[in-house]
Design a protein around this ligand. Structure first.
Ligand SMILES: C[S@@+](CC[C@H](N)C(=O)[O-])C[C@H]1O[C@@H](n2cnc3c(N)ncnc32)[C@H](O)[C@@H]1O
Length: 236
Protein backbone atom coordinates (compact mmCIF):
# COMPACT_ATOMS: atom_id res chain seq x y z
CA UNK A 1 0.00 0.00 0.00
CA UNK A 2 1.27 3.47 -0.90
CA UNK A 3 1.26 5.34 2.44
CA UNK A 4 2.84 8.57 1.12
CA UNK A 5 1.87 11.67 3.13
CA UNK A 6 -0.97 13.74 1.66
CA UNK A 7 -1.81 11.17 -1.03
CA UNK A 8 -5.28 10.74 0.50
CA UNK A 9 -5.29 13.65 2.93
CA UNK A 10 -4.99 16.11 0.03
CA UNK A 11 -8.73 15.88 -0.71
CA UNK A 12 -9.57 16.48 2.97
CA UNK A 13 -6.83 18.98 3.77
CA UNK A 14 -8.56 22.33 3.33
CA UNK A 15 -11.30 21.82 5.91
CA UNK A 16 -9.06 21.45 8.98
CA UNK A 17 -5.68 22.75 7.83
CA UNK A 18 -6.10 24.91 4.73
CA UNK A 19 -6.43 28.23 6.58
CA UNK A 20 -3.21 28.18 8.61
CA UNK A 21 -1.00 29.52 5.84
CA UNK A 22 -3.15 32.64 5.46
CA UNK A 23 -1.51 33.97 8.63
CA UNK A 24 1.59 34.51 6.47
CA UNK A 25 -0.23 37.50 5.00
CA UNK A 26 0.43 39.20 8.36
CA UNK A 27 4.14 38.36 8.12
CA UNK A 28 4.31 39.81 4.63
CA UNK A 29 2.63 43.03 5.81
CA UNK A 30 5.14 43.09 8.68
CA UNK A 31 8.24 42.92 6.45
CA UNK A 32 6.78 45.49 4.07
CA UNK A 33 6.21 47.85 6.98
CA UNK A 34 9.29 47.17 9.10
CA UNK A 35 11.89 46.60 6.39
CA UNK A 36 10.35 48.75 3.63
CA UNK A 37 10.52 45.65 1.47
CA UNK A 38 8.50 45.31 -1.74
CA UNK A 39 7.98 41.62 -2.52
CA UNK A 40 7.08 41.76 -6.23
CA UNK A 41 7.56 38.04 -6.93
CA UNK A 42 6.74 35.29 -4.43
CA UNK A 43 7.55 31.57 -4.45
CA UNK A 44 5.67 29.40 -1.93
CA UNK A 45 7.55 26.15 -1.39
CA UNK A 46 5.55 23.22 -0.04
CA UNK A 47 2.56 25.29 -1.15
CA UNK A 48 0.05 22.50 -0.50
CA UNK A 49 -3.38 23.30 -1.90
CA UNK A 50 -2.32 26.82 -2.92
CA UNK A 51 -4.42 28.95 -0.56
CA UNK A 52 -1.71 31.44 0.40
CA UNK A 53 -0.73 32.02 -3.22
CA UNK A 54 -4.34 32.61 -4.24
CA UNK A 55 -4.63 35.47 -1.73
CA UNK A 56 -1.27 36.90 -2.85
CA UNK A 57 -2.33 36.64 -6.51
CA UNK A 58 -5.45 38.63 -5.62
CA UNK A 59 -3.13 41.27 -4.13
CA UNK A 60 -1.42 41.47 -7.58
CA UNK A 61 1.81 39.72 -6.68
CA UNK A 62 3.58 37.56 -9.22
CA UNK A 63 3.35 34.08 -7.65
CA UNK A 64 4.62 30.51 -8.17
CA UNK A 65 4.07 27.40 -6.04
CA UNK A 66 5.90 24.09 -5.74
CA UNK A 67 5.05 21.01 -3.71
CA UNK A 68 6.36 17.46 -3.74
CA UNK A 69 2.91 15.84 -3.50
CA UNK A 70 1.16 15.54 -6.89
CA UNK A 71 -2.24 15.15 -5.19
CA UNK A 72 -1.82 18.52 -3.39
CA UNK A 73 -0.72 20.25 -6.60
CA UNK A 74 -3.66 18.78 -8.50
CA UNK A 75 -6.08 20.27 -5.99
CA UNK A 76 -4.26 23.61 -6.07
CA UNK A 77 -4.42 23.67 -9.90
CA UNK A 78 -8.10 22.78 -9.95
CA UNK A 79 -8.97 25.55 -7.49
CA UNK A 80 -6.64 28.19 -8.93
CA UNK A 81 -6.00 27.38 -12.62
CA UNK A 82 -4.57 30.87 -13.26
CA UNK A 83 -1.59 30.25 -10.88
CA UNK A 84 1.64 28.46 -11.87
CA UNK A 85 2.08 25.35 -9.71
CA UNK A 86 4.84 22.76 -10.13
CA UNK A 87 5.45 19.37 -8.60
CA UNK A 88 8.92 19.39 -7.07
CA UNK A 89 11.02 18.64 -4.02
CA UNK A 90 12.17 21.83 -2.31
CA UNK A 91 15.61 20.32 -1.93
CA UNK A 92 16.23 19.72 -5.65
CA UNK A 93 13.73 21.75 -7.69
CA UNK A 94 15.28 24.15 -10.20
CA UNK A 95 12.78 26.75 -11.39
CA UNK A 96 15.43 28.62 -13.41
CA UNK A 97 14.18 31.88 -12.00
CA UNK A 98 14.68 34.05 -8.92
CA UNK A 99 12.05 35.74 -6.76
CA UNK A 100 12.37 38.28 -4.00
CA UNK A 101 10.23 36.49 -1.41
CA UNK A 102 10.09 32.79 -0.56
CA UNK A 103 7.62 31.37 1.95
CA UNK A 104 7.42 27.87 3.44
CA UNK A 105 4.39 27.68 5.71
CA UNK A 106 3.00 25.32 8.32
CA UNK A 107 5.92 23.21 9.55
CA UNK A 108 6.65 21.90 6.06
CA UNK A 109 10.40 22.00 6.74
CA UNK A 110 9.86 19.54 9.62
CA UNK A 111 9.26 16.91 6.91
CA UNK A 112 12.99 17.04 6.20
CA UNK A 113 14.61 14.63 8.62
CA UNK A 114 18.17 14.55 7.40
CA UNK A 115 20.70 17.34 8.14
CA UNK A 116 22.35 16.95 4.79
CA UNK A 117 19.02 17.35 2.99
CA UNK A 118 18.09 20.35 5.14
CA UNK A 119 21.39 21.94 4.24
CA UNK A 120 20.83 21.34 0.52
CA UNK A 121 17.30 22.73 0.84
CA UNK A 122 18.60 26.00 2.29
CA UNK A 123 21.17 26.17 -0.51
CA UNK A 124 18.42 25.67 -3.06
CA UNK A 125 16.21 28.32 -1.48
CA UNK A 126 19.15 30.72 -1.50
CA UNK A 127 19.68 30.01 -5.20
CA UNK A 128 16.07 30.99 -5.98
CA UNK A 129 16.25 34.32 -4.09
CA UNK A 130 17.32 37.71 -5.42
CA UNK A 131 20.09 39.38 -3.37
CA UNK A 132 17.59 41.60 -1.53
CA UNK A 133 15.26 38.64 -0.92
CA UNK A 134 13.46 37.48 2.21
CA UNK A 135 12.69 33.91 3.25
CA UNK A 136 9.87 33.27 5.76
CA UNK A 137 9.18 29.89 7.34
CA UNK A 138 8.03 28.24 10.55
CA UNK A 139 9.04 25.06 12.32
CA UNK A 140 7.69 22.93 15.14
CA UNK A 141 10.12 22.55 18.04
CA UNK A 142 10.56 19.54 20.37
CA UNK A 143 8.35 21.39 22.90
CA UNK A 144 5.35 21.16 20.58
CA UNK A 145 5.80 17.48 19.85
CA UNK A 146 6.56 16.60 23.51
CA UNK A 147 3.46 18.37 24.79
CA UNK A 148 0.93 17.83 22.04
CA UNK A 149 1.93 15.04 19.69
CA UNK A 150 0.20 12.03 21.27
CA UNK A 151 -3.20 10.39 21.29
CA UNK A 152 -5.90 10.11 18.68
CA UNK A 153 -7.82 12.90 16.96
CA UNK A 154 -11.08 12.03 15.25
CA UNK A 155 -12.03 13.89 12.08
CA UNK A 156 -15.11 13.88 9.89
CA UNK A 157 -15.46 15.36 6.42
CA UNK A 158 -18.48 15.06 4.13
CA UNK A 159 -19.83 12.24 6.31
CA UNK A 160 -16.55 10.28 6.15
CA UNK A 161 -14.72 9.60 9.39
CA UNK A 162 -10.96 9.26 9.77
CA UNK A 163 -8.50 9.04 12.66
CA UNK A 164 -5.19 10.79 13.21
CA UNK A 165 -2.84 8.86 15.52
CA UNK A 166 0.09 10.83 16.94
CA UNK A 167 3.34 9.55 18.52
CA UNK A 168 6.69 11.16 19.32
CA UNK A 169 10.10 9.72 20.17
CA UNK A 170 11.94 12.22 22.39
CA UNK A 171 15.32 10.61 21.78
CA UNK A 172 15.26 10.62 18.00
CA UNK A 173 13.01 13.73 17.89
CA UNK A 174 10.88 11.95 15.32
CA UNK A 175 7.12 12.56 15.27
CA UNK A 176 4.80 10.17 13.46
CA UNK A 177 1.25 10.86 12.38
CA UNK A 178 -0.72 7.97 10.97
CA UNK A 179 -4.08 8.63 9.36
CA UNK A 180 -6.56 5.74 9.27
CA UNK A 181 -9.29 6.21 6.69
CA UNK A 182 -12.71 4.55 6.73
CA UNK A 183 -11.90 2.29 3.78
CA UNK A 184 -8.92 0.78 5.67
CA UNK A 185 -6.31 2.85 3.85
CA UNK A 186 -3.43 4.44 5.76
CA UNK A 187 -1.11 7.35 5.36
CA UNK A 188 2.05 8.03 7.36
CA UNK A 189 3.64 11.43 8.01
CA UNK A 190 7.09 11.55 9.59
CA UNK A 191 8.54 14.83 10.84
CA UNK A 192 11.59 15.82 12.83
CA UNK A 193 11.56 18.42 15.61
CA UNK A 194 14.05 21.29 15.35
CA UNK A 195 15.09 23.93 17.87
CA UNK A 196 15.78 27.58 17.12
CA UNK A 197 19.49 26.82 17.40
CA UNK A 198 19.24 23.91 14.96
CA UNK A 199 17.69 26.20 12.36
CA UNK A 200 20.14 28.98 13.14
CA UNK A 201 23.00 26.61 12.24
CA UNK A 202 21.45 25.77 8.85
CA UNK A 203 20.72 29.43 8.16
CA UNK A 204 24.18 30.70 9.12
CA UNK A 205 25.92 28.00 7.12
CA UNK A 206 23.90 28.96 4.06
CA UNK A 207 24.40 32.71 4.28
CA UNK A 208 21.01 33.72 5.63
CA UNK A 209 20.62 36.40 8.28
CA UNK A 210 17.89 36.06 10.96
CA UNK A 211 15.92 39.31 11.19
CA UNK A 212 13.21 38.19 13.66
CA UNK A 213 11.92 35.05 15.31
CA UNK A 214 8.35 34.97 16.61
CA UNK A 215 6.45 32.28 18.45
CA UNK A 216 3.09 33.20 16.96
CA UNK A 217 1.40 35.46 14.46
CA UNK A 218 0.82 38.11 17.15
CA UNK A 219 4.56 38.77 16.88
CA UNK A 220 5.51 37.55 20.35
CA UNK A 221 9.27 37.00 20.36
CA UNK A 222 10.34 33.33 20.27
CA UNK A 223 12.12 31.87 23.30
CA UNK A 224 13.40 28.48 24.41
CA UNK A 225 9.89 27.43 25.49
CA UNK A 226 8.24 28.24 22.15
CA UNK A 227 6.47 25.32 20.53
CA UNK A 228 6.52 26.86 17.07
CA UNK A 229 9.03 29.35 15.72
CA UNK A 230 8.45 31.68 12.80
CA UNK A 231 11.65 32.87 11.12
CA UNK A 232 11.98 36.11 9.19
CA UNK A 233 15.27 35.81 7.33
CA UNK A 234 17.06 37.42 4.41
CA UNK A 235 20.23 36.96 2.40
CA UNK A 236 23.36 38.21 4.23
C1 LIG B 1 1.41 20.92 6.47
S1 LIG B 1 1.39 20.92 4.72
C2 LIG B 1 1.52 22.67 4.41
C3 LIG B 1 1.00 23.06 3.06
C4 LIG B 1 0.87 24.57 2.87
N1 LIG B 1 2.15 25.22 3.00
C5 LIG B 1 -0.12 25.12 3.87
O1 LIG B 1 0.31 25.85 4.77
O2 LIG B 1 -1.32 24.80 3.75
C6 LIG B 1 3.03 20.35 4.31
C7 LIG B 1 3.30 20.34 2.83
O3 LIG B 1 4.70 20.10 2.65
C8 LIG B 1 4.84 19.38 1.45
N2 LIG B 1 6.20 18.81 1.43
C9 LIG B 1 6.75 17.95 2.32
N3 LIG B 1 8.03 17.69 1.97
C10 LIG B 1 8.30 18.41 0.87
C11 LIG B 1 9.45 18.58 0.03
N4 LIG B 1 10.58 17.91 0.29
N5 LIG B 1 9.38 19.42 -1.02
C12 LIG B 1 8.23 20.10 -1.30
N6 LIG B 1 7.09 19.95 -0.56
C13 LIG B 1 7.13 19.14 0.52
C14 LIG B 1 3.71 18.37 1.53
O4 LIG B 1 3.44 17.78 0.29
C15 LIG B 1 2.59 19.26 2.05
O5 LIG B 1 1.86 19.84 1.00
Amino acid sequence: MDIRPYKRLAALYDKDWGGYCLQYLKLIDYIIEKYKFVPKSILDIACGTGNLLAKLYDQKYNVIGIDVTPEMIEIAKNKYPYIKFHIGDMCYVDLKTKVNLITCAFDSLNYIRDDNKMDKTFKNIYKHLHPDGFFLFDINTPILFENRHYGIINHEYKGKKFEQILTYNRKSKIAKTVFHFENGELEEHIQKAYTRDNMKTFLMKNKFKIMDTFEDFDFNIANKYSSRIIFITCKK
